[in-house]
Every structure is written in C-alpha cells, then in structure tokens.
Design a binder for this molecule. Sequence first.
Ligand code: CMP
Length: 144
Amino acid sequence: NSERSFIMVKPDGVHRGLVGDVIKRFEQRGYKLVGIKVLVPSRELASKHYAEHDGKPFFPKLVDFLSSGAVVACVFEGKDVVKTGRTMIGATNPLASAPGTLRADFAVDMGRNIIHGSDSVESAMREIALWFNADELATYATAT
Ligand code: CMP
C-alpha cells in the first residue's frame, strides 16, 4: 500500500554533509520524493515535532538540538514507506542499529543519530501536516 513518511536529516546530518546519502538510499530503494525543504526549525516547531517526548528527561536537549541548525525535511512516498523507512534508518541508538542501516553506517551517538523517520502512518500524517503545507507536496508519476 502506497503511503507517505516524514523523513528528516537532523542538524548533525546536514552539518556532516550526509543529505545526499540519505536521499540516495530512499530514491534507489524506489521511494518517490514528493516534498523537501531546508530550514532551521524554531523551538516551537521542534517542541511540536517531539510532543510525544514532552516531559521526558532528554526533551529539553532534544528541542535545543533540533533547533540548533539547518535540517532537511522530506516526504517520501511508496509501498510501506513508513515501516521500511524505519528499517532502513535503524534503531534509535546507532550502536544497536543493524549493519547497513543509515544510523549504523553514519552514527554512534543516540543524540546525534542524523535522521528522523515517522514511526507509524498516524505519526507520518501528523508530522507531514506540521512541517509542510499541502501545496508544498507534489503529485507526479515516476517510471515503474
Ligand atoms: P528520533 O527517532 O528522532 O526520536 C526521538 C529522539 O530522541 C531520538 O531520535 C534520539 O535522537 C533522541 N534521544 C536522545 N536521548 C534519548 C533517550 N534516552 N531515549 C530515546 N531517545 C533519545
């Protein structure tokens, strides 16, 4: 079933020049990039994005970090992209991520794990609506 996921290269990933590597993996897997933007998230936007972690001890640092620099916010579309995207990204702690996943290949630190991906279709819809206006998402055909 075709669906959309919110995939974001976090400030550490942008700073390290990993934007192309992230996009390449999703594209070569067969996912379609239907939205993309570069921005420095406000603290308000970062807090809304991480609302489910509000109250946890690491929440303030999480918000500080996400709003500390530019991120690349993307929407990818395709078959089971939410679940498969999470598999491609790897476990939250890069030290526990399977070899070949983005986090295992590019990170060692839980707080600097380079990329975010929606954890469910419901989260994806919430996050896409938070980061994008409807007219910023394209509808187009690609080769099949
Ligand atoms: P992400 O998948 O973006 O979702 C929440 C983020 O919180 C997670 O990646 C980590 O970067 C960050 N984080 C920092 N510390 C912790 C922690 N102790 N437990 C879970 N997530 C953490």
